[in-house]
Design a protein around this ligand. Structure first.
Ligand SMILES: [Zn+2]
Length: 135
């Protein structure tokens, strides 16, 4: 939420020529590792992401009966923003506030689980290569 999570694109921004912004070779290695890529697109993290996104979609779609759009009607950028801070969905309704807690829980679960899975891949790579991280 504070923009302090360090992805390859962040590292590249601060180390211009020394760091490749592409998602690590131990992950998908097929696109710039931005927040959108990390949260919604990196195929290596799909196994963790898909069931949780399904839960987020369910919770957001319950909310949408009140005032907001369905999950799939949000742009990818909006989905990233909701995943990081779902309060943008809040429309001052007591029932909705209770439902929003469900969205928030699932979004925190998504970010925590993706972080753990990404870290697990990078750590495994570190142990097998006995060198620095491959990215
Ligand atoms: Zn990736």
């Amino acid at each position: 939420m504070t923009g302090t999570y360090t992805l390859q694109s962040t590292r590249a921004r601060f180390n211009k020529s020394e760091v490749d912004p592409t998602c690590c070779i131990i992950l998908c290695n097929c696109a710039e590792e931005t927040m959108l890529h990390f949260l919604l697109e990196c195929t290596v993290l799909d196994i963790v992401r898909k069931p949780i996104l399904s839960d987020i979609k369910y919770e957001v779609n319950l909310l949408s009966r009140k005032a907001t759009k369905l999950w799939d009607e949000h742009s990818l950028e909006e989905q990233v923003n909701i995943s990081i801070d779902c309060t943008s969905l809040y429309k001052c309704d007591r029932m909705q506030a209770e439902r929003l807690e469900g969205v928030e829980f699932q979004c925190k679960r998504l970010i925590f689980s993706l972080h753990n899975e990404r870290y697990r891949h990078l750590k495994l790579s570190d142990k097998t290569s006995k060198t620095k991280l491959p990215c």
